[in-house]
Design a protein around this ligand. Structure first.
Ligand code: 5AD
Ligand code: SF4
Length: 476
């Protein structure tokens, strides 16, 4: 019998994308094959995100399409994984008979068994040719639903299953214990659980032995790593341990919480040359009133003080942030403070989101009182402010030489290659060559595009003159 074919679509954050890789690695170990398209797959999995309504809407609509498909292919296995599975398990069990498995993010460790169970059950149901097949009565009754089980972090990872030859994500902690009022993540992903340092170093070493040179550590509050272990281990210690792996050239970590940007982490950031030179440190708002309402646990002043300490110790770092606009009660004056903060910090990149009430969160109890049109206008204004900053920073880099880790063909022009600098900036350059993918090449920047840079790859001799990112002098 030929191997069952699966297709997996992923929504949401990097953690979700990594979870999808882990799920794939489990399925492949069990002999499943990746289908060329969703239409060819006998197992269709969706790894979902609940962080905003929009992310959920896309999944509901996809599930609608799969409901149609299942009418003619009753043996098809449809699986909802991840945050929505956790959040809407009851609804799916009761109301979505075409969904065969509902698996929350804490139960990916034995996902292959769960999928196989559903696949065999569907085949048996079809072979019995039950007349009501496809109706809730039959399929709904057998839905496999898992919320707590074997966490993905216990999976001994198949390092071969990864999208990039030289880049990898590594989860170092799961869950979140922070009380942010707007966020569904603590509900969907549960309590903070850090992985033992030895497991992480072991996985990282295997990845590097297999060709990985750039690693990004993942956690919802990645810089709180270790506090639940009670062994005194911190992110700084972990970074120092990973830094010792000879083949590793770049090490990054996302996403940090301002309250855990400790002195020992700052010291590690300043001292360790392999660290990528960006810090994703979401501030969410520039208004103390809004920050208080969000229960973020810091003020703008405290955030700025931490950033200042970091830049004093490691001036070549750039900052990235997330923002929520239109949080309940946010006034024009609050929003103006957010704009002012963006101008002051001169973030290299900002992700800006319109507030989206998530049922079950503290904020969902408040009136969502900022009209959509105002949320949209604030979103656009902040985007414009950020784009102008990014553009100015990019212009200031013209003429500099950047070390670019080549990721692959440029999305806009397949004759070009593109990759990222140590500051996480995207650089495109001419001359496609498969051989360069996964290598670090020196590129002299010649033009600033809106969201990226354009440059020319330097030859070997030019490269000797220094390939490191010029310290960016664009901060004001
Ligand atoms: N509405 C809008 N944005 C949100 N985020 C988290 N929850 C919400 C919400 N309810 C944003 C935050 C977070 C990022 C991952 O998503 O900015 O940092
Ligand atoms: Fe989305 Fe948050 Fe879940 Fe990631 S952890 S998939 S961002 S809800």
């Amino acid at each position: 019998m030929s191997a069952p074919k699966y297709h997996l679509t992923s929504y949401g954050c990097q953690m979700n994308k990594l979870d999808s890789e882990l799920v794939e690695s489990k399925l492949r170990q069990r002999g499943y094959q990746l289908a060329a398209s969703e239409g060819e797959a006998s197992v269709v999995l969706i790894n979902t995100c609940s962080v905003r309504q929009h992310a959920e809407d896309r999944v509901w609509s996809k599930l609608g399409q799969l409901r149609m498909r299942k009418r003619t292919e009753p043996q098809l296995v449809v699986g909802v994984l991840g945050c929505m599975a956790q959040e809407h398990k009851q609804f799916m069990l009761a109301r979505m008979p075409h969904v065969d498995l509902v698996v929350g993010p804490s139960a990916f460790g034995d996902i292959d068994q769960t999928v196989e169970q559903a696949r065999i059950r569907n085949l048996e149901l079809v072979s019995k040719q039950r007349p009501s097949l496809g109706k809730r009565k039959v399929l709904g009754a057998g839905v496999v639903a898992v919320d707590l089980g074997v966490s993905g972090d216990t999976i001994v990872r198949d390092v071969k299953v990864r999208p990039h030859r030289s880049q990898a994500f590594v989860s170092i902690m799961r869950g979140c214990n922070m009380p942010c009022t707007y966020c569904i993540v603590p509900t969907t992903r549960g309590e903070e659980i850090s992985r033992p340092i030895a497991d992480i170093v072991e996985e990282a070493s295997r990845l590097c032995a297999d060709g990985v040179t750039e690693m990004t550590l993942l956690g919802q509050t990645v810089n709180a790593y270790g506090r639940d272990l009670g062994t005194g281990v911190t992110l700084a210690r972990l970074l120092r341990a990973l830094h010792e792996i000879p083949a590793l050239r770049r090490l990054a970590f996302i996403t940090s919480h301002p309250n855990f940007l400790s002195a020992d982490l700052i010291a590690a950031m300043a001292e360790l040359p392999k660290l990528a030179r960006y810090l994703h440190l979401p501030v969410q708002s520039g208004s103390n009133a809004v920050l208080k309402n969000m229960r973020r646990g810091y003020t703008v002043e405290r955030y700025l003080a931490r950033v200042e300490q970091l830049l004093l110790a490691a001036p070549d770092f750039v900052l990235h942030s997330d923002f929520i606009v239109g949080y309940p009660g946010e006034t024009d004056a609050d929003f103006a403070k957010t704009v002012a903060l963006v101008l002051q910090v001169q973030f290299a990149q900002s992700y800006i989101f319109k507030y989206s009430p998530r049922p079950g969160t503290v904020a969902a109890e408040l009136a969502d009182d900022v009209p959509l049109a105002i949320k949209e206008a604030r979103n656009q204004e902040l985007l414009n402010v950020q784009e102008e900053i990014t553009q100015r920073q990019h212009i200031a880099l013209i003429g500099s030489t950047q070390e670019v880790l080549v990721e692959g063909p440029s999305q806009s022009d397949p004759l070009r290659l593109s990759g990222r600098t140590a500051h996480h900036r995207i650089v495109h350059f001419d001359g496609f060559s498969e051989d360069l993918v996964g290598r670090y090449v020196p590129v002299r920047i010649r033009a600033a595009l809106g969201h990226s840079l354009l440059g020319d790859k330097l030859g070997e001799t030019d490269a000797e003159q220094g390939v490191h990112d010029k310290v960016e002098s664009v901060r004001v």
